[in-house]
Design a protein around this ligand. Structure first.
Ligand code: FAD
Ligand code: DLZ
Ligand code: SF4
Length: 502
């Protein structure tokens, strides 16, 4: 059982025999270092693994658990499985399908029979997603989502969507409120198990990007449920309204901060949706909040997983726009004058968390406009967020955010100038750049890079009907201004590449 399979409902556990079989779990260097994970992510994984192993033992299972610093640790999942199989004389292993091609291949290539069972924590099986996708020229999330609504019956009334509409996204774009009247995620004091893990992570991974302390994550299912229950009461009612808003001093806004728990198995996706639907039926939250949340889980979450497994292992190497700049040091905390990027990176360093619109419209938007190599962007996201596993991270980064898959997920690139950031956040007020300035001293880099991006990719996007208005605006500018913008953007990128302060 892997570090993101911490649930009694895992298929491999259901198929196993508590009397005859041994559960194998291992903290291994290969998993802890395939990217330079945020120390909070490693600590969460190890602490939650240790507590889950103890829970299984309490239920009568025999668990062969290897700690990172155990002398016999063989270093990788495959090697540990072989070591334990030899130790217990096992001729066969059962696994639930890992969420990454790399690990699936590792299990399949072992000199041991490993029976890999589907991960049925998800609503849609691979076959079901592929059936839905077959023959379609465009894989629109919205239509997949409607299938999932019908399948689950969530927010459905007599076969029709509750409230009369499938999607209330248009009500979920309110700009940032003055203040947030929700305290944010429930924070847990580290207990002895967590403290022991924190000391290990400090010693082994203290140099990785990210602050380990204060460490406040839930590390078992009971704590994760308590956290979710608090958010249902305090956060969900305004979740829809401010889903796209950003505030410098409010890293979590009204977001649920449950990705980390859902993906590791501490919370169940269907159960959280049922609870949200019940809150709406009881009149405690508006429909745009309930629908907005349920869409993220049974729509987006399932849809990106379908894409990951449909597209195959090479998906993470795609680079449809031919971008090749290196990820600048500001992503690892080097100073930048861009207040929006600095704030998003700082909260990522502190919390191993940024909410969706920061990931998409600040760091993602910037990397796309600046032409950063998608593989480097992908590795960064996989490393720095506590909820990052390849099945969910890669389609969001390679597909949705960087358009590197050529438009499987997104029908147009998610790019914006500074205007959008100014409307949805309070970042610009404290920025050294001026969002209203388009060229010359103090011009917001998002303004320059936005036009630079559209100009250099005209051949690909010029005929895209959803981008017609952008190109029409560009074409209305006089030629001198256009040349100036392109030259200033190029010079700015040159300074960034040279490591000068930008
Ligand atoms: P909320 O905003 O409260 O949403 C509730 C839940 O809905 C999330 O926990 C998540 O399970 C689900 N969800 C929402 N949007 C998405 C989405 N686009 N794809 C899949 N599930 C979604 N999510 C991850 O779980 N892991 C990642 O590594 C990850 N990387 C991302 C990278 C980029 C560039 C972008 C744009 C998005 C990424 N997402 C990722 C999706 C989303 O940003 C996170 O799920 C969300 O921010 C987690 O915080 P939350 O639990 O507070 O989410
Ligand atoms: C993320 C992670 C880390 C940091 N460490 C371990 C580990 O030591 N042992 C383990 O079984 N799993 C770990 N994981 C989670 C795996 O990387 C994850 O299962 C794969 O990426 C597939 O999603
Ligand atoms: Fe970001 Fe530009 Fe606003 Fe500064 S002015 S915070 S760089 S959008």
């Amino acid at each position: 059982m892997l570090g993101d399979q911490l649930s009694e409902a895992m298929a491999a556990l259901r198929a196993a025999d508590p009397v005859a079989d041994v559960v194998v779990m291992a903290e291994v260097m290969a998993e802890a270092s395939y990217v330079p994970h945020h120390p909070k992510k490693i600590a969460f994984t190890f602490a939650a693994m240790r507590k889950f192993a103890a829970r299984l033992r309490g239920q009568g299972w025999t668990v062969a658990y290897t700690r990172l610093d155990d002398p016999g640790n063989a270093g990788s999942i495959g090697a540990e499985l072989l070591r334990r199989a030899a130790e217990h004389g096992a001729g066969e292993a059962l696994a639930t399908e890992p969420g990454e091609w790399r690990l699936i291949a590792q299990l399949q290539d072992l000199p041991l029979l490993v029976r890999i069972l589907p991960d049925d924590r998800f609503l849609a099986s691979h076959a079901e997603f592929d059936r839905w996708a077959a023959g379609k020229t465009q894989l629109r999330m919205e239509y997949f989502y409607r299938e999932m609504r019908r399948k689950t019956g969530l927010l459905m009334e007599d076969g029709e969507p509750a409230g009369g509409q499938w999607n209330y996204d248009h009500e979920n774009r309110k700009p940032a409120p003055g203040a947030v009247d929700y305290a944010g995620p429930l924070r847990f004091e580290p207990d002895a198990v967590v403290e022991e893990v924190l000391a290990l992570v400090e010693a082994r991974f203290g140099a990785n990007f990210g602050r380990l302390r204060p460490f406040w994550f839930a590390t078992d299912a009971t704590q994760a449920q308590a956290h979710f229950a608090q958010w249902l009461d305090g956060g969900l009612p305004r979740f829809g309204d401010y889903q796209d808003a950003m505030l410098r001093d409010e890293p979590f806004m009204y977001h649920a901060v449950i990705g980390v728990y859902l993906n590791a198995g501490l919370l169940d996706p269907r159960a959280v949706c049922d609870a949200v639907e019940a809150a709406w039926r009881a009149g405690r939250v508006p429909i745009n909040a309930a629908e907005g949340f349920i869409r993220q889980i049974i729509g987006w979450r399932e849809y990106v997983r379908g894409i990951y497994f449909r597209e195959g292992p090479s998906y993470v190497t795609r680079n449809a726009l031919g971008h090749c700049r290196d990820l600048p040091a500001m992503f690892w905390g080097a100073p930048t004058s861009m207040a929006c990027v600095a704030a998003t990176v700082a909260q990522t360093r502190d919390e191993a968390y940024a909410h969706h619109i920061q990931r998409l419209m600040i760091t993602g938007n910037f990397a796309l406009l600046a032409g950063i190599e998608p593989a480097q962007v992908h590795e960064w996201y996989l490393a720095v967020y506590a909820d990052a596993y390849e099945w969910v991270e890669a389609p969001n980064v390679i597909g949705m955010s960087q358009f590197a898959d050529g438009g499987i997920l997104a029908s147009k690139p998610y790019v914006s100038s500074g205007n959008y950031i100014d409307r949805m956040s309070d970042y610009c007020g404290s920025c050294a750049y001026k969002v209203k300035v388009k060229t010359g001293p103090g011009a917001c880099p998002f303004n320059l890079l936005y036009w630079h991006f559209l100009d250099r990719h005209r051949e690909r996007f010029g005929a895209n009907p959803r981008m017609g208005q952008m190109y029409a605006t560009w074409d209305r500018m006089d030629a001198g201004k256009r040349a100036l913008i392109v030259a200033e953007a190029g010079a700015w990128l040159g300074r960034m590449e040279a490591g000068e302060g930008v």
